[in-house]
Unconditional design. Sequence first.
Length: 621
Amino acid sequence: MKNVTKFFQSIRFRIALVFVLLMIVALELLGAFFVRQMERQNLQTFQQQIKLQKYVTDQLNGALQKSNTNDANHRIQDILSGLNNTDIEEIQVIDNTGVIRGTISVSGQQTIGQKTTDINAQKALSDDQSYLKSQMVNESGVRKQILTMPLTVNSGRTNDAIGVVVIKASLAKVYRNINNVMRLFVIAGALALFVSITLALFLARTLTRPIEKINEQTTRIAQGDYSMVNHIYGVDELSQLAISVNELSTRVEESTEAVNSERNRLDSVLTHMADGVLAANRRGEITIINQAAANFVGKTPEEALGSNVIDLLHLQGKRKLRDMLENLDDFLIDLSDDSHDLLVQAYVSLIKRQSGFISGLVVVLHDITEQQRIDSERRMFVSNVSHELRTPLTSVRSYVDALADGAIDDPEMSHNFLGVVQDETQRMIRMINDLLELSRLDQGTMEVKLEIVNLNSLFNFVLDRFDMILENDAKKDNGNKQYKIQREFTKQDVWVEVDPDKFTQVLDNIMNNAVKYSPDGGTITARLIKTKTRAILSISDEGLGIPRKDLDNIFNRFFRVDKSRSRAQGGTGLGLAISKEVVEKFKGRIWVDSVENRGSTFYISLAYVEDDLIEGEDWDA
């Protein structure tokens, strides 16, 4: 049903329909003209056939001129009886007085001697001597021809009417012939119409087939399929159109491939850009956004499309779209939330047509959070270094000035002052050495000599040394501060790949802090355990502890919980920062857990070497 409907809606059907309708109109006009002409000619021929010959009219004229009416009537009847014309149904002879004098109709014999009622006969006798009237009548559904002919005699200068002959004949034969011809014409017309329809459909298909092919090709071009090519078999207009469509398909394919290539390249660039890029139309609606920009605003690209650029970048009350279109200066946007800080620098450029009409804008978002953090840390680092160096230098200068002012003459005082100068100088030297160490770590130039060592032995070696140091300090302090190092080690040997010197420095830093920040003494607990994949050592003290708010900053450079107290302890504020860098150099991790006034615990996690890799070998501890 759908195909039938489609056929009747097609141009092929319309062309065929127009052709057939034209054919029908032409046949109708031709048939009407032909039938009319044939009918006229047949009627004229029929009239000539039923018209009485001159010799008959002459005989009738002679009969009507007889004075004896009966003899004249008999003569007229004999003349009429002698006529041999099968087309004539009835003939009436009427004299100049309007009396019927003779007829060939058997049923009309009783009318002889009566006045005629035929108006045409009366007109022929009275008005026009040359009157000849032919008319058609329909009697009982049968068409008949009535011919009225005057009978005249020459009286000298005029022809005088002496009577009228009225001839009536049936036209059935004439119209039977016409109907036969019409029937043949209709059959021929129907055959011609059938042939015309067939030819029309064929010609319409011939015309529409290339159009259908072109339509199919353009449809496939619209769907992105450019493989179809129309074959050209002629040089007519449709062939030229097919050639143009083939060229169009090739050019559209090339243009599409170029556009797709550019789009893919652009999409690839936008997708892999670290900077966020978004484009908006004149109404501020987002039309393009890459993944980086979507991540900045905390949405997916699909969610961001169609959003207003002012709302998306949280610029309500700060900037308007007109400001961004008119002022192309870059500006800072704070996209921070509860989970993380995010500062981006926004660079705006306009999208213009060749006419100069502004159709939108492009915003590039550059993440400067890390840069801001680094700049802040750099400023803080410079400030801290300046402050840390200024303190011992100020102290050294003060004592040197005191010595220069005469304290050098007092042996005891000068000795004490020089001792302070020496201590402060050593403190600056340690600080500079630590800074150089950090610099080498940052630049990756620090020399690391990795060895597989027994962590149990290395840790014990460091702790044994601190046992001796604490014992000597206790003797000097007369036992006022009692420190105790408690070991809780796994019985399994733990082998790790580290630089022994650097790792010893890390353990020294943590142990020194444990002692320094336990001013009243106490137990320092050293633990070493072995998990499935990691070796974890920890050092716990019972000292001052670290406030919870400072735990995240404890490994920052120059950070001190209590700066005045830490400086009094003689620290540089760089030990834990160096320890963190060194441990991470060994692909380990260091962290702290502390409760203020209850002590701190520092943890170090390292990957250990499996025992089966070191069996049969002797390794230095």
